[in-house]
Design a protein around this ligand. Structure first.
Ligand code: NCD
Length: 298
């Protein structure tokens, strides 16, 4: 694997291989033992959009593998002087990083960059298209929580239309043999989402007791140029995971959220911090999974 641009194009054995290596890396992070699988000279994180988890997690993963990390942010850069995406990434590439983790507000930006640079490109989230490292850490977390993914029913709930996390997860979980149901108001479910392999529901109460996991999505108001919902309060009432709904979930069922959370909108605080929540496990696993990704692209 030279680049990781999306889950699209990855087959099941490749995903399984990455998840298996993630397990090795998780053990090594927990025990501090295990040989460092490789030492890259340095990598760059190139984020045109804000991030807490993804950036820090890639940086922690690279540092723990012995690579130096250099951070570039759009804020404070020559982007404000009109420099193009391609000029920016070619200039960073000319400095010689082994890999760049790129996040950009436009779908396809990392793919364009990959065609013009010498180093590896890892997609840290592009527009509403894909967020492959998030989907892999979600699959890893679900596999650990549920034992396996084959035959499991996973609901992805909320603002599916604006979510690159949803798209990558639909591809990844269905490749691994899980059944994916996306759920939200019709205006936030893209019309052709079934073609990616998901079923559609517009009624969270009808499915919440039937699934093995619920993945809540943030309502991405910053990506919504027009009003997709009558009100945030109504959206929360109909599609928020509150305690009453979480209490109806199957005994073993778990709750995920990629973060950042809109507490009290798509997820109640009691649920986010409750016994079913695997939200901080997702973050913990993210470092191990990103070590496996860096290793695979190295
Ligand atoms: C997500 C993203 O940026 O796509 N966050 C993340 O990487 N964990 C989801 C979001 O912003 O809601």
């Amino acid at each position: 694997m030279r680049h990781l641009l999306g889950i699209a194009g990855l087959d099941r054995p490749t995903i399984e291989g990455l998840l298996a290596r993630s397990e090795v890396h998780l053990r090594s992070l927990q025990t501090g033992e295990g040989p460092k699988p490789f030492v890259w000279r340095w990598i760059a994180t190139v984020f045109f959009e804000d991030s807490t988890r993804t950036r820090l997690s890639f940086e922690a993963a690279a540092a723990s593998l012995g690579a130096n990390v250099v951070t570039w942010s759009a804020r404070g850069s020559s982007t404000s002087k009109g420099e193009t995406l391609l000029d920016t990434v070619r200039n960073i590439d000319a400095m010689g990083p082994a890999a760049m983790v790129i996040r950009h507000g436009s779908s396809g930006a990392p793919h364009l960059a990959a065609a013009h640079v010498r180093g590896a490109v890892i997609n840290g989230g592009d527009g509403t298209n894909e967020h492959p490292s998030q989907a892999l850490l979600d699959a890893f977390t679900l596999q650990k929580a549920l034992g396996s993914l084959g035959g499991k029913r996973i609901a992805i709930v909320g603002d599916v239309a604006h979510s690159r996390v949803a798209r990558s997860n639909i591809l990844c979980l269905s490749a691994m043999g899980a059944e994916v149901i996306v759920c939200g108001p019709p205006t936030l479910i893209p019309p052709c989402i079934e073609s990616l392999g998901a079923k559609v529901s517009y009624d969270l109460d009808a499915i919440v007791a039937e699934v093995d996991a619920v993945m809540m999505l943030r309502l991405q108001l910053e990506r919504q140029s027009e009003s997709f919902i009558p009100s945030v309060r109504e959206f929360g009432r109909l599609f928020g995971l509150n305690t009453a709904r979480a209490d109806r979930m199957r005994a073993h069922a778990v709750v995920l959220h990629p973060g950042p959370l809109n507490r009290g909108v798509e997820i109640g605080s009691d649920v986010a911090d409750g016994a079913r929540s695997r939200i901080l496990d997702q973050v913990r696993h993210g470092v191990a999974v990103r070590r496996a990704i860096l290793e695979a692209c190295g």
